[in-house]
Ligand binder design. Sequence first.
Ligand code: FPP
Length: 254
Amino acid sequence: MSTEYIIPQHVAIIMDGNGRWAKRRGLPRTMGHAQGAKVVEQILEDADHMGVRYLTVYAFSTENWSRPDNEVKALMNLLRTYMKTSLVKCAKNNVCIRVIGERSMLDPDLQESITHLENETRNNTGIHFQIAINYGGRDEIARAARKAAMKAFDAAQAAGELSRSYFAQVLDECMSIEGLNAQLDTAGLPDPDLLIRTCGEERISNFLLWQIAYSELYFTDAAWPDFTKQELEKAIEAYNHRDRKYGGLKEEKA
Ligand code: FPP
């Protein structure tokens, strides 16, 4: 990859194709997820070395609960293992971890290890690694709207003003784009510059719906367990050939 390429600050990945990868090899789907988890760790290191500052991966969606019990259990166990065994590596590589998604539905021990890993890595200044677990973009936006509305109510109540017009005024602030941004699970993070989806599907599947408003989308046929540093480099190369205009006009070169 050319050293002149701009490295996207934030890369998000929909890791698709674990099941197909396993099926092609005559293996159970859970083996595909296990291999996928290894690839996550490798790609985190590769992205970090390439200068990516934020990496966000879709590990378990709000819809994935409908999969067979053994598959849900296997995915939860992979996440459990990751949370329990990553501390030393995160410390060594200065990785800051954040889990996004509604975690109250996760087993208590998994919730505890997530909180522990987040707290222990909170002040790390290297790559920021977000793992989406029981995550859905619509669910995240609905939760953020609820939090923002409650904040507006609390502000109106504190001011002793529960009139409709005053409430409308505080709602404007709390439910503005910035106000809602601040209530999302990703509060404080920059929006993804590049969203990658593997294994040939070209859909968003409820991932980061709010945050990808201006992200560049990149689709590859490689299944997630086959995804490599070279695949990431190809995605970044493609990103460098896009014109990002954010709804404006392309700048004319002088
Ligand atoms: C989609 O492939 C993949 C998932 C639903 C799970 C992704 C999870 C991991 C890679 C493990 C995460 C681990 C860590 C440490 C973050 P699929 O099963 O839908 O594949 P298919 O479409 O081929 O069936």
